[in-house]
Design a protein around this ligand. Structure first.
Ligand code: XMP
Length: 517
């Protein structure tokens, strides 16, 4: 769809490209990320107001490395190049880039040498500012028309500007939080350089999506897969608002949900919203298939496939549905894409991506495909979902199965459900739920010796995890106050048979991930 008030982000494969989209949207401007291979087509389709070129793992010096499509370079639109984007711009506009011997990674300080539109109301000449560098190659000669506006000891061309062409580029990453003023630099690009007003809102998104869903679906029937989480619930509500009873929700209960979750979904949808809902008890199918599976990716693939299988069976029963709706989010879409010629490595295959097998012969409706988690929450509130529901911590599609390293059984799911419920209850009682981005328990495939009363125990170890995060891309372990962890530990060991030791996971992301699998 055309979006003339938007900024197109060309992805050269950096792990943090989606953060650029976040920052642009935080500035109230709609943005889309496209892989460099399809950038030219997307540019023609979307007709954006400006283009941002991301970082990436390739080296412009190497033959066959990715390039900016000529149509974008020739468009005369404002551009912002970041890291690899800066190098590609420089190389393609007539400057020079060389391989660095050592590179520069991590925190660095740049000095502002001159004024430019990116610094409006933000930075002044002579000031020093912290930024996040991560590069091997560097620019060694400017392309014609460019000037240097900021330097660092390792990057004499830290920020360069061509005011006439409205092209700016930087060696560091403004999109990560370790560049404290980075979001403001990106906002200045969107507002002061491109001249966008920054009035993109959820209400506008809701209206546009409703129209889009009606157009896509016509008088057809849609089946929506509910997982119990916020994403699929918001997707279902939005679709219901668009097409009413042409929508049937299918809630697949594979036995890998948290305590009370299935009941909550059924009462919310059937009771509160009066949306047609089929509740499928597929526990046997899931547990049967998970028996003996210990590899995390194998679990994820099995669960993803089984959800689809169950949908297919339900779709047949309901009959006549040609569309399947899913609550796929933007990070799922981006993280799972792997680029040839500069790979963004697939860390985990999210279960709600990958499309539908051809055999299902159904078309996908994914109204949240362009949204980030917090934007989905804002949309949920816009649609009238209660705050306690919208504000719930994220829960992964593969559910408890990826919180039970090793083999998943019904018995282990039951143990984990109980322990997890106690942990979350204590977090709520302590008033800490909203201060934490995500908290959960992980049932480890490790047994340890303990003593309870006069007897020896030999039971499972439970790990507790709680993290703070802005977007799930990076995370820090949450520091619980005083006696919280000892109290929860005691409760879990006393109340949950099968657990005799509790540990706390202090790993940040990176190097860890939030989930254990
Ligand atoms: P990781 O473990 O990759 O998780 O640091 C980042 C965030 O994503 C959630 N997650 C998933 N969400 N389907 C989802 O919908 C999945 O397959 C999936 N795997 C991880 C995770 O809970 C965290 O919030």
């Amino acid at each position: 769809m055309e979006h003339p008030d938007s900024i197109l982000i060309v992805d050269f494969g950096s792990q943090v490209t989606q953060l650029i989209a976040r920052r642009v949207r935080e500035a109230g401007v709609y943005s889309e990320v496209v892989p460099f291979q399809s950038a030219e087509a997307a540019f023609a389709r979307i007709k954006p107001a400006a283009v941002i070129l991301s970082g990436g793992p390739a080296s412009v010096v190497d033959a066959g490395s990715p390039r900016i499509p000529q149509a974008i370079l020739d468009s005369g639109l404002p551009m912002l190049g970041i890291c690899y984007g800066q190098q590609a711009l420089t190389e393609q506009l007539g400057g020079k880039v060389e391989k660095g011997d050592s590179g520069e990674f991590g925190e660095a300080f740049i000095t502002v040498e001159d004024g430019c539109a990116l610094f409006d109301g933000l930075w002044a000449q002579g000031e020093r500012h912290q930024v996040w560098m991560s590069h091997g190659d560097k620019v060694t000669a400017l392309a014609p028309g460019f000037r240097v506006v900021a330097t660092s000891p390792g990057a004499p061309y830290a920020i360069i500007a061509n005011d006439e062409r409205r092209v700016y580029a930087m060696q560091f990453h403004p999109e990560v939080v370790h560049t404290p003023d980075g979001a403001k630099l990106i906002a200045n690009f969107a507002r002061h350089v491109v001249g966008l007003t920054g009035d993109w809102t959820m209400a506008e998104f809701r209206e546009a999506k409703i129209a889009e869903i009606r157009e896509q679906v016509g008088s057809g029937r849609v089946i929506c897969g509910l997982s119990g989480g916020v994403d699929s619930s918001v997707a279902a509500l939005l679709i219901h608002e668009a097409i009413g009873d042409q929508l049937t929700c299918v809630f697949v209960d594979g036995g890998i949900l948290r305590q009370g979750e299935a009941e909550q979904v059924v009462s919310l949808f059937r009771g509160h919203y009066n949306i047609p809902l089929v509740h499928v008890d597929a526990q046997e199918q899931f547990m049967g298939g998970l028996a003996g599976v210990t590899d995390p990716e194998a679990k994820r693939k099995f669960i993803g496939k089984t959800f689809i299988d169950v949908f297919e069976a339900e779709a047949k029963k309901i009959g006549g549905a040609e569309f399947l709706a899913q609550g796929t989010l933007y990070p799922d879409v981006i993280e799972s894409v792997s680029f040839t010629g500069g790979p963004s490595v697939t860390i985990k295959s999210h279960h709600n991506v990958g499309g539908l097998p051809e055999r299902m012969n159904m078309k996908l409706v994914e109204p949240l495909r362009e949204l980030f988690k917090d934007e989905v929450r804002a949309l949920g509130r816009e649609l009238g979902l209660p705050d306690v529901f919208v504000g719930r911590h994220p829960f992964p599609g593969p559910g408890l199965a990826i919180r039970i390293p090793g083999e998943v059984t019904k018995e282990r799911c039951d143990i984990l459900r109980k322990a997890d419920a106690i942990y979350l209850e204590e977090i709520r009682n302590a008033g800490l739920y909203d201060a934490i981005w995500q908290a959960f328990a992980v049932l480890l495939p490790v047994r340890s010796v303990g003593v309870m009363g006069d007897g020896r125990t030999y039971d499972s170890v439970l790990a507790l995890r709680a993290v703070t995060s802005v977007d799930g891309m990076t995370a820090q372990a949450f520091d619980f106050p005083g006696d919280f962890l000892p109290r929860v530990t005691t409760r879990i060991i006393n109340e949950v048979k099968g657990i005799n030791r509790v540990v706390y996971d202090y790993t940040s992301k990176p190097p860890g991930t939030i989930e254990w699998e």
